[in-house]
Design a protein around this ligand. Structure first.
Ligand SMILES: NC(=O)c1ccc[n+]([C@@H]2O[C@H](COP(=O)([O-])OP(=O)(O)OC[C@H]3O[C@@H](n4cnc5c(N)ncnc54)[C@H](OP(=O)(O)O)[C@@H]3O)[C@@H](O)[C@H]2O)c1
Length: 421
């Protein structure tokens, strides 16, 4: 268990990122054009005194990148689509970097303090490892990095925290905790993080991950077989990217979050429960040994957990509205149904089996969701494909694959999932 310590801060987030230097925290944002990336830009632009955006990287959305560059005036931008990169219309003096190592180059720049990871899939895993090796704080929305590479990421994070504790001589310094270095943006993991502040590891009994249950909470297995992409993309409470919205409808997302929580908080999977909570007001909770349960509540607005990860251990005014408990009215909680939503069970079993199985899960899911959206796989086919991939690739050695081995497995699983009938 890795609980954060209780502490004060500087009021601008700087004390939580660096042991000494004053001034704005210098940020690199990977995946700036996506759903989380655009919300991170919104948060960063509202606090120019606290944050200076040094670098922005996205995949293909050149127009959004140009707008963001005009707004934030970064020193450098990157577009994975190399041909479009050469045609970018940027403020004078903006450097453009490209090529397969662009994300890593950006994440390890000497003028970057904190890297926000808002990319999808495994594309940023190498950059996250490199950024941590270079002593950068990483705030991540991306869960795939931990689901596949938790065994590579967490030892680095623990080493950085131990180093900061030794260097500052202050066990309460924000960077003396692993969560000071690897900061979750996922709303559930941010909620757990916020509940853990000031608590001792030994006091924690169970993590309670809430899930809205998605748009098909009460649908039968027969109904689920005929679900269309349009129906599945209509999430009842959150507005998110297409991939995570489908993952929420199958509950695969919650399964991935269980594995993410296992790494982030260093708890066994058996100490993590999923609670269906259709209103998405309670973002998650922690149960303590004395029977007390602490929860974090909020409106479904990702800008709040994004900002908390940037300003920790401080809080600042945010664009997210505070939750109105009276307007929220009734809050419901119930157990998940793994019979109708088998992805949750498959993910938990993959997490128990280890990184090979977890990597097979996320790689297969990337293809399964794309195939569902393009009409070559039905909704119930998604968990069937996930189960087949985990069974096929999740066994055997190595128990702790290297980064290159993970990349190779990812490619193998993609081929398997494309061909799956
Ligand atoms: N959306 C949410 O509310 C939410 C909530 C919690 C957690 N998350 C997690 O956050 C991550 C991002 O989710 P999202 O919904 O924001 O996804 P998204 O909208 O699909 O955005 C993904 C971003 O990654 C960029 N990208 C892809 N390949 C790249 C490459 N090679 N180099 C640079 N950038 C690249 C994309 O660029 P282009 O678009 O320019 O091609 C896009 O900006 C996922 O792991 C998701 O599970 C999301």
């Amino acid at each position: 268990m890795a609980t954060p310590t209780r502490q004060g801060g500087s009021g601008n987030g700087g004390s939580g990122v660096r042991a000494s230097k004053a001034g704005p925290v210098r940020v690199a944002l990977l995946g700036s054009g996506g759903s989380i990336g655009r919300q991170a830009v919104d948060v960063l632009a509202r606090h120019p005194d606290a944050f200076r955006v040094v670098a922005l990287a996205t995949g293909s959305q050149s127009q959004i990148l140009e707008e963001q560059a005009r707004l934030l005036k970064p020193a450098v931008v990157s577009l994975a689509d190399g041909r479009a990169a050469s045609r970018l219309d940027l403020p004078p003096g903006t450097e453009v970097v490209g090529g397969p190592d662009a994300l890593e180059a950006i994440a390890t720049r000497s003028d970057v303090d904190l890297v926000v990871v808002a990319t999808s899939g495994l594309v940023a895993l190498r950059s996250v490892l490199a950024a941590l090796e270079a002593g950068k704080v990483v705030a991540t929305a991306n869960k795939e990095t931990l689901v596949a590479g938790g065994h590579l990421v967490m030892p680095l994070v623990r080493r950085l925290a131990a180093g900061a504790a030794g260097a500052t001589g202050d066990e309460h310094h924000p960077l003396a905790s692993p969560l000071g270095w690897l900061r979750p943006i996922d709303s559930e993991h941010s909620a757990i993080w916020q509940c853990l502040v000031g608590e001792k590891d030994a006091a924690v009994e169970r993590l309670l991950l809430t899930a809205s249950g998605g748009p098909f909470l009460d649908a039968s297995v027969a109904d689920l077989a005929t679900v269309t992409p349009e129906q599945a993309l209509r999430h009842p409470t959150w507005t998110m990217g297409a991939k995570i919205t489908i993952d929420s409808a199958t509950l695969t997302n919650k399964g991935l979050e269980i594995i993410e929580a296992r790494w982030l908080y260093d708890v066994p999977l058996s100490a993590i429960s999923v609670v269906i909570h259709p209103q998405s007001v309670v973002h998650s909770a922690v149960q303590f040994v004395d029977g007390s349960v602490k929860a974090q509540l909020g409106t479904p607005d990702m800008r709040l957990p994004i900002q908390y990860a940037l300003t920790y251990p401080d809080r600042m005014p945010s664009p997210a509205a505070a939750v109105d408990l009276i307007a929220a009215g009734r809050l419901e909680f119930r157990a998940p149904d793994e019979g109708r939503f088998p992805a949750l069970r498959i993910a938990r079993e993959a997490g128990e089996a280890g990184p090979l199985a977890s990597t097979a899960l996320i790689s297969a899911d990337e293809v399964a969701v794309a195939r569902f959206l393009s009409g070559t796989l039905d909704f119930n086919g998604i968990p069937r494909l996930l189960g087949a991939a985990v069974e096929r690739f999740g066994q055997g050695e190595p128990a702790e694959p290297t980064l290159d081995q993970l990349v190779a497995i990812d490619a193998d699983v993609h081929r398997f999932a494309e061909a799956y009938r």
